[in-house]
Design a protein around this ligand. Structure first.
Ligand code: ADP
Ligand code: ZN
Ligand code: ZN
Length: 752
């Protein structure tokens, strides 16, 4: 007879809807099915008193019975059906739970779609009623009258014929009032369909771009490797405008011709109307998107359509990975270096890594692309884990790279210039304003700037609830960007009573005021977290800048992402080094990315652009190499540093964070855990290949009155870290977790 401990029990869910995910039933895996039963498998089980056979999915396996073993029934049979996409998603969730640390329920909730009924499904499509000549005439009228929203809408319709109303009010940022006004003038018509569908393909004006030699080579390299199975992942390192998107579309077309499906990841911030339209125009209503304007119900509808096989390409940010495609053939990750590909809630997964696992489960391929690949992906490519392909030239002949100049701010000061604008930048701005071209001014870091400190004693005014400096706003109020706390500005130092207290550095708002003062005739737009509180603000500001409604756009890193502004010929980076000193091992990488992408903003089309990088550290390798647009040189220096410091991707790093309202509890729990992990390391004999660092206070010690501590484990061996994480998870049982929150972050993308 078998001992109870040798039995294998399976937790099974019978109803995959979110509310029911934590409702599982335990069954025994009988001897003859043991070889066969795995997490994610579809099984038949006897249910209820009548033992009626019903179906469900195994979500976990273990040796511990939750009730008396005699009362646990046997699984009837395992149905091996690889077309069941839920099974694959459950396997993926199990992999994520194991790798990143979370409960299985948290992982399942991340990958399985939330069921929400939308009621009647109505789709509104805006259709142009004018002939091409009439449309041209009307467009000229709108331009003349500076009716920019109308102009924007009409241009888009002339190009695309008809467009989903959601895209117009969302990505194109045209109000329903404008739509209504044009309807009344019989320029457009809104058609309502009671269906789920997207825009119709617009056959008439499909521009067929002929790929250039470099693009063709890239496409055929990828396709031939896909055919032979020589490589299953690819990294395209191609400068901005080198035609990566055309390459993706070519490969996508081949994949869907073979009746496979495609997930196309684009960070929300780069998912512009123009980009979406390129996909719609090429693939018609086989394409769907998951943009942030969709309600939960609408998202669910898109997932249902995907499941029914009504669409072939899903475009969206990281959550698009969980589209329930049963014939997934390809995952494309554009701008693969983007930090938004890492989730910030448990499980804290990397979309790139999840894409690889998902592709493995489906036998699919991964194509990544970036102008500034992440050091992680480049490292993998260099170690032959994926194939590296390069596109070194801009696709459009007359587009040239910007001229970059680095200005040493220390020299400016020596020359008596105390302004935040160097002489070279000032000259540049005046010149552009005279020529009626546009300027972007980019400030590296918001939270860093605009804080109040005492010049006598150095005291900084901080938020009473968070361990961060308060920021001064133009209404003379001090605000906390973490919790929203506000107070009046201070006149005297609360520590030493000195009156020499004030703002030290310039935030975006201060820069705006200075620009307005220096160039009163220029129109200025500002984009930062304060001016983009509503979802629409981001698109509104960018589209109005793109329409040349302003001469100068001032902003944080938000403004350097994937937008095309053909009239921008000068980009000024005000203090390039601010992000270098963030307490973060990826600070140099992020600085390099931002500067390189900022440089990519200037001078597309036929105007040569100029970039002025102002810095106190002109000799830093991330500044030198971004000015020279030399990724390779940057990478070599950066990877040497990572290796020297045992940072990812050379080593793996696991952050374990405790949070609590009670500072003492937060401390003692993590100290206790650290001691336990130390023992675990010793008892495994892993002292040589695991390093434990900390515990220490997080960079920001307190947020919203919650204290935070972190400890790091570093190792070359990922499995050791996974096992230590599981050990820590088990050790921190209900009793140990009382009053604190515990979280894990594998290979974090920022310091804690
Ligand atoms: P990336 O994704 O690398 O930034 P895109 O694919 O968006 O580059 O291409 C940049 C611009 O060049 C787009 O306007 C695109 O239509 C155009 N383009 C790309 N490839 C070609 C080509 N082979 N011939 C002509 N124009 C091209
Ligand atoms: Zn003081
Ligand atoms: Zn605060």
């Amino acid at each position: 007879m078998e001992k109870a401990g040798n039995e294998i029990y399976a937790d099974i869910i019978v109803n995959i809807v979110h509310e029911a995910l934590d409702k599982t039933f335990q069954y025994r895996v009988p001897q003859h099915l043991r070889e066969n039963a795995a997490v994610g498998d579809y099984v038949k089980i006897p249910f209820g008193r009548g033992n009626r056979l019903i179906e469900g999915y195994i979500i976990s396996l273990g040796n511990t019975p939750l009730i008396e073993p005699e009362r646990i029934k046997d699984i009837d049979s395992v149905i091996k059906d690889s077309s069941l996409v839920e099974g694959k998603l459950i396997k993926l969730a199990a992999w994520m739970r194991k790798r990143y640390g979370s409960t299985m329920i948290q992982a399942l909730k991340t990958v399985l779609p939330i069921k929400k009924e939308t009621g009647v499904k109505e789709e509104k499509t805006v259709i142009l009623l004018l002939s091409p000549d009439e449309a041209k005439e009307t467009l000229a009228e709108f331009v003349r009258k500076h009716q920019t929203a109308r102009e924007r809408l009409l241009r888009a319709l002339i190009e695309n014929g008809e467009i989903d109303q959601k895209l117009i009010t969302g990505k194109l940022n045209v109000s329903t009032a404008t739509i209504k006004a044009l309807c009344e003038k019989n320029i457009i018509e809104v058609r309502t369909d009671r269906l789920y569908r997207n825009v119709k393909p617009h056959q008439s004006e499909k521009k067929n771009i002929e790929l250039n030699e470099d693009q063709k080579k890239t496409v055929s390299a990828i396709l031939s490797d896909m055919k032979t199975g020589k490589n299953n992942s690819f990294l395209i390192h191609g400068i901005t405008g080198s035609g990566k998107t055309e390459v993706y579309m070519e490969i996508i077309e081949k994949v869907i011709r073979e009746d496979k499906q495609v997930i196309m990841l684009i960070p929300e911030i780069a998912l512009t109307f123009q980009t979406l339209m390129r996909f719609y125009n090429r693939f018609g209503d086989r394409v769907s998107t998951l943009h942030s304007k969709l309600s939960k119900g609408e998202r669910y509808d898109q997932f249902e359509r995907a499941k029914k096989g009504e669409i072939s390409v899903m475009i969206g940010p990281r959550s698009a990975l969980f589209t329930p495609f049963s014939r997934l053939g390809l995952i494309v990750i554009d701008e693969e270096h983007e930090p938004s590909y890492k989730s910030d809630s448990m499980p804290k997964y990397s979309a790139r890594e999840v894409a690889f696992e998902l592709a493995r489960l489906h036998g699919a391929f991964v194509v990544m692309g970036s102008a500034t690949p992440s050091v992680d992906s480049y490292y993998l490519a260099k170690n032959n884990k994926s194939r590296l392909l390069k596109l070194n030239r801009r696709a459009v002949e007359n587009a040239s790279l910007a001229e970059v100049s680095v200005v040493d701010l220390r020299e400016e000061l020596k020359a008596g210039n105390r302004s935040v604008f160097s002489r070279e930048l000032k000259e540049g701005i005046e010149d552009r304003l005279n020529r009626n071209e546009q300027v972007m001014l980019f400030l590296n870091r918001r939270g860093f700037a605009g804080f109040i400190s005492c010049r006598s004693c150095g005291h900084v005014i901080k938020c009473p609830h968070c361990d961060v400096a308060l920021t001064l706003h133009s209404d003379n109020r001090l605000t906390c960007h973490y919790c929203g706390y506000e107070q009046d500005n201070v006149k005297k130092c609360p520590e030493c009573s000195s009156e020499l207290i004030g703002g030290m550095k310039a935030g975006t708002e201060r820069i705006e005021a200075m620009v307005k003062k220096a160039y009163p005739y220029a129109t200025v737009l500002r984009m930062d977290a304060d001016t983009t509180k509503n979802k629409d603000d981001y698109d509104r500001i960018l589209s109005s800048f793109a329409n040349r409604e302003a001469d100068i756009l001032i902003g944080t890193q938000m403004i350097v992402k994937g937008h095309d502004f053909p009239f921008v010929t000068l980009v000024g980076v005000l203090a390039a080094d601010m992000s270098l000193f963030a307490n973060d091992y990826r600070a140099s990488e992020r600085t390099f990315d931002l500067l390189t992408q900022a440089a990519g903003r200037a001078g597309r089309a036929d105007r040569r652009g100029k970039v002025v990088i102002q810095t106190y550290n002109p000799d830093h390798y991330s500044i030198i190499n971004s000015a020279a647009q030399d990724y390779e040189a940057f990478y070599e220096q950066e990877i040497a540093y990572r290796g020297f410091m045992d940072y990812p991707p050379v080593k793996h790093m696991l952050a374990i964070v405790t949070e609590s309202e009670d500072e003492k509890l937060c401390d003692s729990r993590i100290d206790d855990l650290a001691a336990h992990i130390k023992d675990a390391i010793i008892s495994r004999g892993s002292e040589k290949n695991v390093r434990l660092i900390g515990p220490v206070d997080c960079n920001i010690k307190k947020i919203k009155d919650i204290y935070r501590k972190v400890l790091y484990l570093k190792s070359a061996d990922e499995n050791t870290l996974t096992e230590l994480k599981d050990d820590a998870w088990e050790y921190m049982d209900t009793e140990h977790k009382k009053g604190i929150r515990l979280s894990f972050d594998l290979d974090p993308i920022h310091g804690y």
